[in-house]
Each structure stands twice: as C-alpha cells, then as structure tokens.
Design a protein around this ligand. Structure first.
Ligand code: 4NP
Length: 159
C-alpha cells in the first residue's frame, strides 16, 4: 500500500475544476496543519478532460479562499495509469465511482476506489453534489462536506 513512506491520494470528480481540486486543496491544508506533509502525496483529476489545464472554477476558488484555502491545481484528465500511482482513489459521486471502476486494470486497483461522502461524520451524505450549475450555496455546501470528509478520511487512515 505504501512505498517510501508516502501515502498517495487522488481525488476524482467530473471536470476537475470544482469538487476534486477543492478536496485536493483542503486535504493538503489539513495535512499541513497536522504536520504530516511528508507522509502524503495528494492530487486530483477529472473523468472528463474538457477543462484540462484550467485553474479551478473562480466561484470555487473564491469560496475556498474565504475559508483560507488556496486552490492552485491545474485540471487534468484521469488516466487508468493513475491506478498504479495512487494508494487511494476518492470519487465524489456515483458516476465518478462507476466510471473509475470501469477503468480499473485489476481487481486490486478496483479496491482502491472509495466514495468521499462515506468519510463524512457530521453530515449525512451519499455523494458530493456537482455545484457547477448551482448558485453560491452549492459551493458552500460542497466545502462543508469536503471539510467533514477530509478530516474523517485522515482519521480513518490512522496516520
Ligand atoms: P466538477 O464540476 O466535476 O466538480 O469539477 C464540473 C465542472 C465542469 C463540468 C461538469 C462538472 N462540465 O460539464 O463542464
């Protein structure tokens, strides 16, 4: 599961400009707060590549900045070779989850895929909803879920 002591987590959504880069930025922030940067490699990707190279959506960047999170990720499309590069692949919703499952080269790779919402401890959620076509509340809701789930995930990893 681990090599050279670094645990590698990839967050995945559809466009890689709203939910997964926010999860990526939040997780890096929390890991740093806990003094665990050296133990983790964190990145994000999207199953759809149409926004590749873009910074996160300005609405998400603004909402995240208000909470003290800097989102600087450049969007990239998920590739099945990423299964070999990461220990855990975290899907934001069921579409992402099943798309990822269909791309897993091996059964062991398939076991690396988990649902972000399963790590929420304060919110009851089955998925992190796509805020792209929503108003400002949608972005705040996503950040609330991601803060909850990132803390839950990090605690579950028992690092
Ligand atoms: P994300 O949101 O999956 O959270 O990055 C979306 C961003 C863009 C699109 C869909 C979802 N899009 O269709 O362009």
């Amino acid at each position: 599961m681990e090599d050279n002591g670094t645990y590698k987590i990839l967050f995945v959504c559809l466009g890689n400009i709203c939910r997964s880069p926010a999860a990526d930025g939040l997780m890096k922030h929390i890991v740093k707060q806990r003094g665990l940067e050296h133990r983790f490699y964190i990145d994000s990707a999207g199953t759809y590549g149409g926004h590749a190279g873009e910074l996160p959506d300005p609405r998400m960047r603004r909402a995240a900045a208000r909470r003290g999170y800097l989102l600087e990720h450049r969007a990239q499309r998920f590739k099945s070779s990423m299964f070999a590069q990461f220990d855990l692949i975290v899907a934001m919703d069921d579409n992402n989850y099943y798309d990822l499952q269909s791309m897993a080269p091996t059964v062991d790779d398939e076991k690396k895929i988990v649902r972000m919402a399963d790590y929420c401890r304060h919110y009851t959620a089955t998925h992190v909803p796509d805020p792209y076509y929503e108003g400002a509340d949608g972005f705040e809701h996503v950040l609330n879920l991601l803060e909850d789930a990132c803390e839950g995930l990090l605690d579950a990893l028992n690092v």
